[in-house]
Design a protein around this ligand. Sequence first.
Ligand code: GRG
Length: 305
Amino acid sequence: MNSREAEGACGFHELRKKRIQEIEQILTGYLPKEEGYQKIIMEAMAYSLMAGGKRLRPMLMRETYRLFGGKGKVVEPFMAALEMIHTYSLVHDDLPAMDDDELRRGRKTTHVVYGEDLGILAGDALLNYAFETAASAFADYPDESLAIGKAVGILGKKAGIYGMLGGQVVDVKETGRAVDKDVLDFIYALKTGALLESAMMIGAVLAGAGEEEVWTVEKAAGKVGLAFQVQDDILDVTSTAEVLGKPIRSDEKNEKTTYVTLLGIEEAKKVVERESFEAVELLRGLPGSNPYLEWLLGELVHRKK
Ligand code: GRG
C-alpha cells in the first residue's frame, strides 16, 4: 500500500465508524417503545439488536443503494428490518437446542439474560417486527411502492426456506456428520450468503437498478457471502473469544465440516481472497462507482472479527 492509499484507507476507517453510528441511530429509531404488559419482549429485542456487531448487512445495503445513485431515506426501514432478521437468527442460533452459546457480540446471549422462553420469543419478535418495519415503507414512501414491494419479496425469500432458514435446516441436520463440498457450499450459500445477497439486492432495487444489474449484484453478493463465511471458519480456529466476542472452536465443538477442515487454512485463505476479488470485479462492471464499498469488501478479507 503506498502512502496515498494508506491515507485513503485511514479515511475509510473513520468513515466506517461514522456509518456504524448512523446505522445504530436508524436501528434505535425503528425499535418499538418499551411499554405495555409485554414490555419485557421489547427490552429483550433492544438488548440483542443494540449489542453491537459490525452492522455489515445494513451497511452493504446502503452502500449498494448509493452505488446506484440512491439518495433518499426509503432504504432506512429495510436496513433496520434486515439487521432485525440477522439478529433474530443469531439469538435462535445461540439457544440450547442449537449451538448453546453463552457469549455473542461480547455480551451474554439473550436467552442467558432473559431465559430460554423469552429468548425464543425475542427471536420471533425480531423476525415479525422486521416485516412490520419493512411494510411501514409503503405508508411512508407511497411514490416508491413498486420498488418497496420488490424489496419486501427479496427480504422474505432470502430469509426463508429458500434462503437463510433453508441453509440452517441442512446445517442442523448434517451436524455431527462429514459433508462433501457440494453440500457445504449449499449450506454456506443459503445460511450466510442469502442475507448478504438480500442486503445488496434491496439496496439496488430501491435505487431503481434494472433486472440485469440486480442479478449482477446478487452474484457479487453471493461471492461476498462465501468469502465472509470461509473467513468465519478461519477465525474460529485462529482467533480468540475476546476478539470475536463469541466462543472460538465452536465448529469443532459442534462437529461441523468447514472450509478449514476440508481444505486447510492456507487454501481457505485463498478462497476468501479469490471470492472477494471477483465480487469487486463484478461490481466494477456496473455503471456507478462507490470506492468506500470496494474498500469495505476488501476489508472483509482481512477482518479479525
Ligand atoms: C436460526 C434460522 C436461524 C438461522 C441461523 C445466521 C445463522 C443461521 C447462524 C449464526 C451462526 C453463523 C456462523 C452464521 C453464519 C453467518 C455469520 C458468520 C453470522 C455472523 O455475522 P456477523 O459476523 O455478526 O456479521 P455481527 O455480530 O457482526 O453482526
